[in-house]
Design a protein. Structure first.
Length: 64
């Protein structure tokens, strides 16, 4: 699944988002793309659960 994170602008942002997603699912594969401001996630969790984790990191998000 892929999410657009418009406020993601630096390495700190990607680290915070990745940390929250891995707290939700330690086996998740998280691939942030700063240029496109997207985060691709491979996980067994639901899209809404991943979106909530991104929001818990302090960022708004929309599925792509």
């Amino acid at each position: 699944m892929k999410f657009h994170v418009p406020d993601m602008s630096c390495g700190h942002c990607t680290a915070a988002i990745t940390r929250e997603i891995l707290a939700l699912d330690p086996a998740a594969q998280v691939t942030p793309d700063l240029t496109a401001r997207t985060v691709a996630v491979e996980t067994r969790q639901t899209g809404s659960a991943v979106a909530k984790a991104i929001e818990a990191a302090g960022y708004s998000t929309n599925p792509v």
